[in-house]
Design a protein around this ligand. Structure first.
Ligand code: NAD
Length: 283
């Protein structure tokens, strides 16, 4: 992630997953697929790295073909494609900016053109720029954060609904920061609150159609977003505040997206699954 994340000042970690040390775990070696997403087609924004990559590989192991949207991290995107192909499934790479409504239309059209349909949307692309002083959040930062983190979710949801049928579903990535204070991420956590409300309202609007909408609220997870935006001090203690006193791995997030996308969650809509190392939150 180069263009939308502000490089943290004293931070030596890159925003590219293939250069992270240690590398995040994408999927647990003992994760067994059970055909839960057999013959489904999923589009995952922010699918090149971190949580999105893990979702792509889990979905493939469960039998789905995937399209991944990413901003500019070609190396990570190609690596994710390789991982999906190693599961015996296809992966379409779609490079572009989720801030642009025309791009979401093109991305969904290209997915349908390639695979003949689309069943699952994972709205997951996101950015953050930590600021200790709220006055430092300028108009550009505020606008970019909202356009990427929530406007983009609207655009993609709008486009897939033209193709979705009963049984299909949307999963949005929100954050634990929507449920508790995050003093250095005021604009970011505001967008995550908006995603939670978006999930609930869209879900109830679509409930009768059989299309489900849910969200996952990760706690601290070891991904490029973290190492490229926080300073070294924060990175060193990242996750220590959780009940488990550690950050999660993307491999610990992927299975919840599988569950929410699969028929196992057929009576679940408008809900948020909290995968956060034990922080008890309400709602
Ligand atoms: P990541 O850096 O691996 O993923 C972020 C993704 O967003 C990248 O793939 C990037 O290509 C994409 N992206 C950013 N701006 C974009 C744009 N303008 N157009 C297209 N794509 C764009 O980091 P991650 O931690 O896996 O983040 C995935 C989601 O998880 C984000 O929504 C993030 O807010 C959320 N989240 C992460 C954590 C955490 O601790 N890592 C915690 C809570 C929520």
């Amino acid at each position: 992630m180069k263009t939308t994340k502000t490089p943290a000042k004293q931070n030596k970690q890159p925003g590219i997953e293939s250069e992270m040390n240690p590398r995040p775990e994408v999927i647990k070696a003992n994760y067994k697929g059970a055909g839960k997403l057999k013959d489904k087609v999923a589009l995952i924004t922010g699918g090149d790295s971190g949580i999105g990559r893990s979702v792509a590989v889990h979905f493939a192991r469960e039998g789905a073909d995937v399209a991944i949207v990413y901003l500019d991290e070609d190396v990570d995107a190609k690596e994710t494609r390789k991982m999906v192909e190693a599961e015996g499934k296809s992966c379409l790479l779609i490079k572009g900016d989720v801030k642009k409504p025309a791009f979401s239309k093109k991305a969904v059209e290209n997915t349908v053109k390639k695979f003949g349909k689309i069943n699952i949307l994972v709205n997951n692309a996101g950015m953050q720029v930590p600021q200790k002083d709220p006055k430092e959040i300028d108009d550009k930062q505020l606008e970019d954060t909202f356009r990427i983190n929530i406007f983009g979710y609207f655009y993609f949801a709008h486009e897939v609904l033209a193709h979705f049928q009963a049984g299909d579903s949307i999963i949005n990535t929100t954050s634990v920061t929507a449920y508790r204070s995050s003093p250095n991420l005021i604009d970011y956590s505001s967008t995550k609150g908006a995603i939670t409300s978006f999930t609930r309202s869209l879900a109830t609007n679509l409930a009768k159609s059989g299309i489900r909408v849910n969200a996952v609220a990760p706690g601290p997870v070891w991904t490029p977003l973290i190492v490229s935006t926080f300073d070294e001090e924060k990175i060193k203690s990242f996750g220590a505040e959780t009940a488990m006193e550690r950050a999660g791995q993307p491999s610990e997030l992927g299975p919840s997206y599988v569950f929410l996308a699969s028929d196992d969650a057929s009576f679940i809509t408008g809900q948020v699954m909290h995968v956060n190392g034990g922080e008890v939150v309400n709602g």
